[in-house]
Design a protein around this ligand. Structure first.
Ligand SMILES: *[C@@H]1O[C@H](CO)[C@@H](O)[C@H](O)[C@H]1NC(C)=O
Ligand SMILES: *[C@@H]1O[C@H](CO)[C@@H](O)[C@H](O)[C@H]1NC(C)=O
Ligand SMILES: *[C@@H]1O[C@H](CO)[C@@H](O)[C@H](O)[C@H]1NC(C)=O
Length: 500
């Protein structure tokens, strides 16, 4: 989930950029204090050898990754009759990534694929997705208990929820503020995960994410794909060391991006459409949308510079200027993740977020899961600010997708049609604009109804291994709003069944 924009960060950034637009870097005064305030509990020196090992049921290592280990527990929470694991991937550079894994409910252990799920933010925990959207349980009001989610994604698939980048959720250690570096960490995590659980060694891998996951997913898939190519080349040349034989070609089969931000240049053009002329009643006045349209050419010029140089000097001003276009929406009081409802329950606009915080701050829950972190926050302001300042926001992560498609890795882009912040218009537009060998055929493909239980759940278009799905009646967190339909989407996708 969540939040691209709403969190206080955007408001700060936007306000700073909006007033003295000629001095975008003034914003530093607003943003830097949050950035340097190490309100985070950690930066603790928890190198593997120092961590108390008593609570873990096993600790896995592999010779091919000498500086990594996986600490594993078998918690009994959330889904009492489902095999589950939680724990940390540790590296010797003081990096500790937390994960929570659930086996498929209705498929054979050896056959079910693995879905890796990452929420966005940047800085939001994937456990928000677990406890609100697609995990086997949903948090109850007040955050003391959970109830079963019958449309959980671990229906036909095993699902791993991973807290990344570092210092998100229960993960902790050194900071990483760019999606590419984060993707490499996920590659190592998966190597060790497949190594530690041979019972899943045949499981195909699907990497899914939401929102800022539109960055993480392509970056992670690139790291996996390139890691696989390098491994295969070395293997074929007979150059693998004895230890390296433990590594494997990770069975990356597909990626999925839900209400993501991947191609800002295309996507920022459609905010006015979503605000004034969507399939839902308008949120802003036409003159406010006209103003957004007048700002877009400057925004586009700045994003183009970011795409060209891909450095902070070019990318940071683009983010500041373009996000200031969204101020009017922020002020409207409408939920930027769902134009049908008001923003209630604080920054993140959903009261259930406070319940998730309460649940994951419960010391009993933390002990059962094995968290080393005592203070859980759904979305880390520090990580959010760090990504903003690093210039990562506007970078062209969609460009990582064509090599995947050409290599036979399937790509699904889907979007709930009531979301403003990563709206379906912008997402559909970038899938049509994407330069790959099937571009013109994808562009001329018709949108067809995708039917679930006799009713149109949305529209879909597919050409070869590339699909775009628009989901009716869903906001940014589409599985929260349309659980049954999203499960249908996932199950069709992993079983290679068509949407229409
Ligand atoms: C788990 O299994 C036990 C024994 O079969 C059953 O009584 C219980 O209701 C199950 N719990 C859930 C949440 O399905
Ligand atoms: C609103 O959308 C409709 C249908 O997509 C389009 O025909 C119309 O030109 C749009 N109006 C404005 C003011 O952009
Ligand atoms: C589509 O993906 C499958 C793997 O699922 C692959 O075998 C096939 O070659 C791909 N097709 C194209 C046209 O890339």
């Amino acid at each position: 989930m969540k939040l691209l924009a709403a969190a206080a960060g955007l408001i700060l950034a936007a306000r700073a950029a909006a007033s003295p637009a000629q001095h975008p870097f003034l914003a530093h005064h607003d943003v830097l204090p949050a950035f340097f305030d190490t309100g985070f509990p950690a930066a603790r020196n928890a190198t593997p050898s120092l961590v108390s090992n008593a609570k873990w049921s096993k600790i896995e290592t592999m010779a091919a990754l000498p500086n990594y280990q996986l600490r594993i527990k078998q918690p009994k929470l959330c889904a009492e009759n489902t095999t589950q694991y939680s724990g940390y991937l540790d590296t010797d550079e003081d990096r500790h990534f937390f994960f929570w894994f659930f086996e498929a409910r209705k498929a054979k252990r050896e056959d079910a694929p693995i879905v890796l799920w990452m929420n966005g933010g940047p800085g939001c925990s994937s456990f928000t997705g677990l406890l609100m959207e697609l995990g086997p349980c949903r948090v109850e009001e007040g955050g003391k208990t959970t109830s079963t989610n019958e449309f959980a994604w671990n229906d036909q698939a095993h699902v791993i929820f991973l807290d990344q980048p570092l210092n998100v959720g229960y993960s902790y250690g050194k900071d990483v503020f760019n999606s590419m570096a984060a993707g490499k960490d996920v590659y190592s995590f998966l190597q060790l995960f497949y190594h530690s659980f041979p019972e899943y060694s045949r499981s195909e891998l699907h990497v899914f994410g939401e929102s800022y996951g539109g960055h993480y997913v392509p970056a992670t898939a690139k790291a996996i794909h390139e890691g696989n190519l390098a491994f295969s080349a070395k293997q074929e040349a007979g150059l693998l060391s004895a230890a390296e034989h433990e590594k494997r070609v990770l069975p990356l089969t597909s990626i999925g991006i839900g209400n993501g931000l991947s191609d800002a240049l295309t996507q920022y053009k459609y905010y006015s459409t979503m605000a004034c002329n969507s399939t839902y009643p308008p949120v802003l006045k036409q003159e406010q949308c006209d103003e957004m349209d007048r700002s877009y050419p400057t925004c586009a010029r700045l994003i183009n510079a970011c795409y060209k140089w891909q450095n902070v000097l070019a990318c940071y001003p683009a983010m500041m200027y373009c996000n200031s276009m969204l101020m009017k929406f922020q002020e409207s009081g409408t939920n930027p993740y769902d134009v049908r409802i008001p923003c209630t329950g604080g920054n993140l606009c959903y009261p259930i977020m406070a319940d998730i915080d309460a649940y994951l701050n419960n010391p009993d829950v933390q002990a059962e899961l094995g968290s080393d972190v005592k203070e859980f926050t759904s979305c880390s302001q520090k990580v959010y600010s760090g990504f903003m300042l690093s210039g990562d926001w506007m970078k062209p992560y969609h460009l990582e997708i064509p090599p995947l498609l050409e290599a036979g890795i399937r790509v699904l882009v889907y979007a709930g049609d009531a979301d403003f912040i990563c709206n379906w218009y912008g997402n559909k537009a970038w899938t049509e604009a994407l330069e790959w060998s099937g571009r013109s055929e994808f562009g001329s493909e018709k949108d067809a109804d995708w039917i679930v239980k006799g009713k149109a759940a949305g529209e879909a278009r597919t050409y070869k291994n590339f699909s775009f799905v628009r989901i009716f009646g869903a906001g940014h967190m589409a599985p929260y709003d349309q659980g049954q339909n999203l499960l249908d989407m996932l199950n069709r996708w992993i079983h290679k069944k068509a949407f229409y």
